[in-house]
Design a protein around this ligand. Sequence first.
Ligand code: ATP
Ligand code: MG
Length: 355
Amino acid sequence: MTAIPPGSTIGILGSGQLGRMLGVAAAQLGYRCHIYAPETGPACDVAAAFTQGNYDDPAQLAAFANAVDVITYEFENVDPQCIAHLAPIAPVRPGSLALDISRARPTEKHFVRSHGGTTAPFREAASLAELEAAVAEIGVPSILKTSMFGYDGKGQARLTSPGDAASAWETVAGQPSVLEGFVTFAHEFSIMLVRGLDGSTVPYPAPLNVHRDGILATSTVPAPAPVQAQVETAVTLAARLAHALDYVGVLTCEFFATEEGPVFNEMAPRVHNSGHWTIEGAVTSQFENHIRAICGLPLGSTALTGASVEMDNLIGEEADAWPALLAEGDAHLHLYGKHEARPGRKMGHVTRVRR
Ligand code: ATP
Ligand code: MG
């Protein structure tokens, strides 16, 4: 196992806020970051280099791979062809297997079930007729989600009666989708764990996550007792998935805490919004541990730095409250430098650590 030493260059696919926070963590450890994305974004402000290129441009991708020592990504919809152009030139971590599994919801759910995890009941639908058949089997209430490219609840439609099938099909614009049975849950939580190049894994304390309008609003650590009771089962599953994927880096799995135990919702082969609290709330942030892992360095402690931590997302105009947040004195404000505060857009977050 050869470490990629500080001073080396880390390539990041994607120019969003996750890339930005990875870039800051990498810089702190003495690395340089090179961003590759079709458009400039929050990550470019903190990176040493930026290549504006499409993910299907073999020449640009090859030049990028030749300019870096290791490559990671901040989103899961990376095309397999893109990785195929990069991987012969520079190591791509967490790796293409994790992308192959997590790119499409049905594949991911089958994979998780094959490793002993519980998911919501689901059926795939590629046409309105298939959706109607799926509704007959799964029933209502249920949720139709596009199989690919969903985030922040986008590309989702809730069905409360079988008659909703046609309008739901319109919402997903006829894209291949999955119909999921509605899970009755008391809480939502996530497991973030980091797996090193040597196969060692370290979990973070699990945050309780509250969503508003399908978007993460807050993450709180430690999670309440009913969630804690399900964390061990969830961590065991997440670690099993990470090993099966020969995963390197931070892996996130979202769960519903139900009366029957944890139900797996979805995974992200990357750092995650529900882990932003770790920047000040954990000894080693998810971003630093991801960098450590992909560079083959020892992993850092994931222990809490205080008694409790709360992270609040700043969505759209909520970020305009920055003067008041700064005036608190001990709130940690993060702004992503996005120029336009569109509704539903993640503009920043604020973390409060209670000692
Ligand atoms: P992101 O990637 O931002 O987490 P996403 O668009 O992939 O979002 P999901 O995580 O699938 O969306 O769903 C968003 C939220 O909708 C969940 O966190 C949960 O609150 C609710 N939800 C999703 N699926 C179900 C389900 N089967 N039963 C009950 N609630 C659900
Ligand atoms: Mg989700």
